[in-house]
Design a protein around this ligand. Structure first.
Ligand code: AMP
Ligand code: MG
Length: 521
């Protein structure tokens, strides 16, 4: 197993001087050296061939005991120095102080084919940042992270990646429903990859502690390695940096909206400074097209992180980042300007994304209204988002509104609800849409091809995750492998997987793990 090790984060930034792995406030540092916990009896559940190749390994490498030992934390790669990062964060709108990698340990960074990858184990034991928790992860949440991050990548959504999923062999105690009935679950470790795992919170904690020199070091480090497009100097450098982070964050959230992904915990410690989807916890996928939906039961009351609020939260989080960067700039106006532009940029990008979902390639002044009316109509009765948009591409501009409606009707949960007023809404919308299609330059066939590249056929439906977890808990990993393969081509017709192109079954409507998830993981 040969990796091209090129550590930068733990070489170029200040380390915690205390080496003892005890829970505490870590001052004057960006990270603490800490070794992963040795596991009882690790076994490999799944490994990604693509990510092995991405870091310069082969499938054969993954069959060796050394691979298992390294990627479950039992063996440290020669000449590397694992560490946990120090970060803070705003959780559900409130400053939470120091958080940090409480159960994630960065092994090292490798460079392969000019691409840098930081390798991180999640669920590999306590660190100085573990606070009151155990540093571990269970199979349930690890299956969800492993499969979803790969599914997101193939959907074209910026994301961290996953290399391997293993069982630790240890038992972990969790109270899933937070009702005082904890139970033992199988412990697991995901190895995940990203150019860097730095979050907004890494900057926030330094600003909160007035460690301005280290803050500058961290910003310079991030720009040097991950924002080569920022070439300005002085204050302008940090302003340009914030502008780029803003743009990447917008792009990521527009993609989330396109595929119907709800992150569930958009706290600033879960916002990647690279604009990657990070920390797959109680996330979920829209079934019904419902702007008010969140899968996270911990957020049930205020639904701060609901589907329809993700762009607003992106902006809120960027405010917190801008606050943290203030001391590097010391002027409010230019920071404010960058944030003030957010909504316009977001709305424009969101609008063209929605046009692409409808297959509209030219602009029409009424498109905004057409899209708005669709969004309203879709919410009048429970309608499966994925199926609706996917089937929309089968419509011909020559269709009558009845024929067009027939082509999407399997997206409705209760077809008999489509009558009276709701039926009129749909008739009206299809009449407008069909008329609008007449203006388009593309043939039906060409439009379908384009639409099928933005409206996925297969997404990681909430109940699918639960099915894979239930089987994995029984020791059967076939479904994990099936989903892993299915999600490699989410935009292609895959007749052998057609059964996964269907609405949520009734049993999953109120089942824990399907539509309701807690942060317990
Ligand atoms: P999350 O809500 O998963 O983003 O986690 C928020 C904070 O809690 C982060 O600092 C995590 O590292 C930490 N954390 C979550 N679960 C655990 C755990 N089981 N052990 C230690 N720290 C944890
Ligand atoms: Mg987190």
């Amino acid at each position: 197993m040969k990796l091209n090790i090129q550590d930068t984060f733990n070489n170029e930034l200040p380390a915690d001087k205390i080496l003892e792995n005890s829970r505490r406030q870590v001052l004057d540092a960006c990270f603490s050296f800490v070794e992963p916990k040795k596991t009882a009896n690790p076994t490999l559940v799944h490994v990604s061939k693509e990510m092995l190749e991405a870091i310069g390994l082969t499938e054969e490498d993954a069959t060796y005991k050394k691979f298992l030992n390294v990627f479950t934390g039992n063996k440290i790669i020669e000449n590397t120095h694992p560490y946990a990062m120090c970060y803070g964060g705003h959780q559900f709108g409130n400053w939470a102080g120091q958080l940090g990698d409480g159960r994630a340990i960065n092994l090292t960074e490798v460079v392969h084919k000019s691409q840098r990858w930081a390798i991180q184990l999640k669920g590999s034991g306590e660190t100085p940042y573990s606070r009151t928790a155990d540093g571990l992860a269970v199979l349930r949440s690890s299956v969800r992270e492993y499969l979803c991050s790969e599914a997101m990548f193939y959907l074209g959504v910026p994301t961290t990646r996953a290399l391997s999923l293993s069982l630790s062999g240890d038992e972990v105690l969790r109270d899933v429903l937070y009702d005082g009935n904890p139970a033992h679950e199988k412990g697991a470790i995901v190895s995940r990859l990203a150019p860097s795992f730095i979050r907004f919170g890494n900057f926030e904690i330094l600003a909160a502690r007035k460690q301005h020199l280290i803050l500058k070091q961290l910003a310079d480090y991030t720009i040097k390695h991950f924002y080569p497009e920022v070439t300005s100097e002085g204050k302008q450098k940090y302003l340009d940096f914030l502008t780029e982070v803003r743009n990447r964050t917008i792009d990521m959230i527009v993609h989330w909206q396109r595929v119907g992904f709800v992150h569930g915990v958009m706290n600033t410690d879960n916002m990647s400074i690279l604009g990657l989807t990070i920390d797959y916890g109680p996330y979920g996928w829209l079934e019904a097209y419902n702007f008010g939906w969140t899968p996270n039961t911990t957020d049930n009351q205020h639904k701060r992180y609901r589907y329809g609020n993700q762009s607003q939260i992106g902006l809120w989080n960027l405010f917190k980042l801008a606050n943290a960067l203030y001391t590097l700039i010391e002027e409010v106006a230019p920071l404010q300007e960058i944030l003030d532009e957010y909504s316009d940029i977001y709305n424009k990008k969101h609008h063209s994304m929605m046009q692409s979902k409808l297959g509209l390639v030219i602009n029409d002044e009424n498109d905004k209204e057409l899209i708005g009316r669709l969004e309203e109509t879709l919410q009048l009765t429970e309608t499966d988002m994925t199926i609706f948009f996917r089937n929309l591409s089968n419509i011909s501009s020559e269709d009558s509104s009845e024929t067009a409606f027939k082509k999407v009707e399997i997206a409705f949960y209760l077809l008999n609800e489509i009558e009276g007023d709701i039926k009129n809404h749909w008739e009206d919308w299809f009449t407008r849409y069909l008329k609008r299609l007449q203006q388009e330059p593309l043939s039906d066939q060409e439009r379908k091809q384009k639409m099928d590249l933005v409206n996925p056929k297969y997404v990681f439906r909430n109940y699918m995750a639960q099915l894979a977890i239930d089987e994995a808990n029984k020791g059967d990993y076939n479904l994990i492998d099936e989903f892993y393969n299915l999600f490699k081509n989410p935009y292609s017709e895959q007749p052998k997987y057609e059964k996964w192109f269907s609405k949520r079954p009734e049993w999953a409507r109120h089942k824990v793990g399907c539509s309701m998830l807690s942060c317990s993981s």
